[in-house]
Design a protein. Structure first.
Length: 426
């Protein structure tokens, strides 16, 4: 018996590893299971039979559009409604699985090959099976079944872990979770019955098992880069493409065109608009960092107008009227909020469609402990984000990292754009 809080060495992954040393099988009932959890436990579970019941769907379209650096926020991307058929449900789960392979930075490339060998072997030989509940279920518990020789003729059937941890790396060790561990036989059998009943239900869906192994592995090979081993020449060509390929500018409107000549089309501003749109298309977020007087607001307005979304503008009070003018002059459908009213912006703009969020003087948002900072995170979620700031001049990395978080929330990747201009050009 004991409480596991994922602090220091008291992690669920460590506790499970200890219990699995005398185990013949492992049953897992979890809200979410993706490959990060298997990677964390691969060595400990390679020789035991595993059954997993998954209770939550994750939208593969959302995952494909974002870059996942951790799986803490997977619950934000679940499907609003379940696929209508069993076939669709299986495909949805496998699509989500593959999307996370393609959109995550969790995997240690030096170790991943061995983990894949274990994963594929277990699917092929049937010692890893995954089913999904037909209805949404976020329950989480783990049953470690002892080998017969250590079960004391049934008096010690195994160990039950129950709490808040999904079978993901974040649930197993990466974030604060609370789980209870018990070896009481009656308690174990109660949870065992619950698991077996759910597994045997006619409406539970087998999404990954021995019958699906060949098709699923073939999909992984065809639809992910995990099996690729590009030559140095191809890597070189890709780098050249990333560095020198120019985005299509034929449909991008310049400030002069948008405002009927009210603003001039300075080349450096036009270049920034073009590059900014390209970066937002790739990563959903961009930072424009220029010294005072070079038209960051014009660049941001030009980007927002070209994106064509409804726009939310967060600006200091003394710049509120200026942003009203920009919105009118560029024809942007925008709501403007001063920096003290971010909570109101969050409440009034909770739409399902993507919006553009412009944050002026974004360097003000560097304290992650404030309510405004946390509300700004939520406001940026799933939206296109443009952060405007003075040129970076920081002696420590933390303020810069904190300011990047809104872009990270939007794009799920710490990718940002710095455009530094030494002097204003005529």
């Amino acid at each position: 018996m004991g409480i596991i809080d994922n602090r220091d060495s008291n992690t669920l992954s460590a506790a499970l590893s200890d219990a699995l040393q005398t185990a013949k099988s492992l049953d897992i009932y979890t809200g979410y299971f993706f490959f990060s959890g298997f990677t964390e436990m691969a060595d400990a579970i390679k020789d035991v039979n595993i059954r997993i019941i998954v209770g939550m769907d994750v939208d593969p379209k959302v995952i494909s559009a974002k870059r996942i650096t951790d799986d803490i926020d997977l619950s934000r991307h679940r499907l609003d409604s379940e696929p209508p058929t069993i076939t669709a449900k299986i495909k949805n789960y496998q699509d989500s699985f593959i999307a996370l392979f393609n959109n995550t930075d969790l995997f240690d490339k030096d170790r991943i090959a061995g983990v894949f060998d274990i994963f594929f072997k277990k699917i092929r030989d049937g010692s890893l099976e995954i089913r999904m509940n037909s209805s949404i279920d976020h329950a989480k518990f783990y049953l470690v079944h002892n080998k017969d020789e250590v079960s004391q003729n049934g008096a010690n059937p195994g160990t039950r872990f129950m709490g808040s941890s999904n079978f993901t790396v974040s649930g197993l060790k990466g974030q604060g979770e609370l789980n209870d561990r018990r070896i009481d036989p009656d308690d174990f059998h109660e949870y065992e019955k619950r698991f077996n009943d759910a597994w045997a239900q006619s409406n539970s869906v087998p999404v990954l098992d021995k019958n699906e192994a060949v098709n699923f592995i073939e999909r992984l090979k065809n639809e992910t880069s995990l099996f690729e081993d590009p030559s140095p020449y191809l890597v070189y060509v890709r780098i050249l493409k990333e560095l020198f390929e120019k985005p299509d500018t034929s449909t991008i409107k310049k400030p002069g065109e948008t405002t009927n000549g009210l603003y001039s089309d300075f080349q450096y501003q036009t270049d920034a608009i073009i590059n900014g749109i390209d970066i937002i298309d790739k990563y959903n977020g961009v930072i424009i960092a220029d010294v005072v007087g070079l038209g960051k607001s014009i660049i941001a307005s030009g980007i927002a107008e070209n994106l064509g979304n409804k726009t939310i503008i967060i600006a200091p009070p003394h710049l509120e009227q200026q942003w009203k003018d920009y919105a009118f002059e560029f024809g942007i459908t925008a709501r403007i909020y001063t920096t003290g009213k971010i909570e109101a912006a969050l409440k009034e703009n909770n739409y399902s469609q993507v919006q553009t969020v412009i944050v002026d003087e974004a360097h003000r948002f560097r304290n992650e402990d404030t309510l405004d900072y946390q509300n700004l995170h939520k406001l940026c979620l799933k939206n296109k984000v443009i952060l405007l700031t003075i040129t970076f001049n920081q002696s420590k990395i933390k303020p810069i990292f904190s300011m990047l978080q809104p872009v990270k929330i939007a794009s799920m990747q710490n990718v940002f754009y710095l455009r530094l201009v030494r002097k204003k050009r005529n």
